[in-house]
Design a protein around this ligand. Structure first.
Ligand SMILES: CC(C)(COP(=O)(O)OP(=O)(O)OC[C@H]1O[C@@H](n2cnc3c(N)ncnc32)[C@H](O)[C@@H]1OP(=O)(O)O)[C@@H](O)C(=O)NCCC(=O)NCCS
Length: 262
């Protein structure tokens, strides 16, 4: 029995998400998951793929043997793999992000804060024409390069169509000003990409969109949701019933080891 059962479930959901729509290549106890040919490198990802070995070094070596330009970044839960960061850093990988991993379960999802007054946010599956503008505004809210949100267009459109993604947005006229996505797997869902346009912040928009999406998830039978929280957003998520259960880390490959699908 894991000492971190909820964190372990969140990581199982992360691994299922990583595999979804990607080609998985085993590298020892790690799994490199490659998005379809022609995808941006950012969409390739490696995750733990088997029980922790006594020694991570052979798995890290196997990952590097995928070859220059073919090693994806890694995402995993630090407390579940305490020896992995050092094994990666010993081979030149660099930890680029550590974020609070938070979860909420069915009981808390049934006690969401009251919905704000006004019309409910829009489900993007019902209005796919807003998809491009949604991604552009989301990328801008995250401070990403203009247009970079479009990298996710095909994945989001396919996910909305097959039900593996729920997405909601608050619109002003035809302009999305706040939004969020929920990536659904059989182990639970991830609340991801929560955003509000800079000029519309601190008005309760993100709270309202997330609340709406979580209530929909409960209606869809989702009983476990996890997320990795930016420091400024943790309080927002606590108000929605999330609790911290651990740490999610992102680790980048050594210089020259960036990805291109093999
Ligand atoms: C994090 C983010 C999504 C929050 O969006 P938002 O619409 O401002 O969120 P809300 O208004 O619902 O809540 C934010 C804060 O405003 C406060 N607030 C809400 N309505 C308010 C009002 N009318 N007056 C004053 N403050 C208000 C909330 O209490 C909350 O305070 P807290 O930070 O102490 O919890 C937004 O800042 C953002 O897009 N950041 C960049 C992307 C990002 O980091 N996303 C999160 C990834 S995990």
């Amino acid at each position: 029995m894991s000492r971190h059962p909820e964190l372990a479930r969140a990581e199982r959901a992360l691994v299922l998400q990583a595999r979804h729509g990607r080609r998985a290549v085993a590298a020892g106890a790690l799994l490199a998951c490659f998005a379809p040919d022609g995808s941006d490198d950012f969409l390739h990802i490696a995750v733990p793929g088997a029980a922790d070995p006594d020694d991570w070094a052979p798995s890290v070596r196997r990952l590097l043997e995928l070859g220059p330009g073919r090693v994806p970044r890694l995402e995993f839960m630090e407390e579940l793999h305490p020896d992995l960061p050092a094994a990666l850093e010993a081979r030149g990988f660099r930890t680029s992000a550590r974020a609070a991993a938070m979860v909420t379960t069915a009981g808390d999802l049934g006690r969401l804060p009251d919905a704000p007054v006004g019309p409910p946010p829009l489900h993007l599956a019902e209005a796919p024409r807003h998809l491009g503008r949604f991604l552009d505004a989301q990328a801008q809210a995250f401070g990403m390069a203009p247009g970079s949100g479009r990298l996710f267009f095909d994945r989001l459109r396919a996910g909305l169509a097959d039900g593996s993604v729920l997405a909601a947005a608050r619109l002003e006229g035809d302009t999305p000003v706040s939004g969020a996505t929920l990536l659904v797997t059989s182990e639970g869902a991830e609340l991801a990409g929560v955003w509000t346009s800079p000029e519309r912040r601190r008005r309760g928009l993100a709270l309202g969109v997330c609340r709406h999406l979580l209530a929909s998830a409960l209606d869809h039978g989702v009983d476990f949701v996890w997320l990795s929280a930016a420091p400024d957003a943790a309080h927002l998520y606590r108000r929605l019933g999330f609790r911290r259960v651990g740490t999610q880390v992102n680790v980048e490959p050594p210089a020259g080891g960036g990805t291109a699908a093999p």
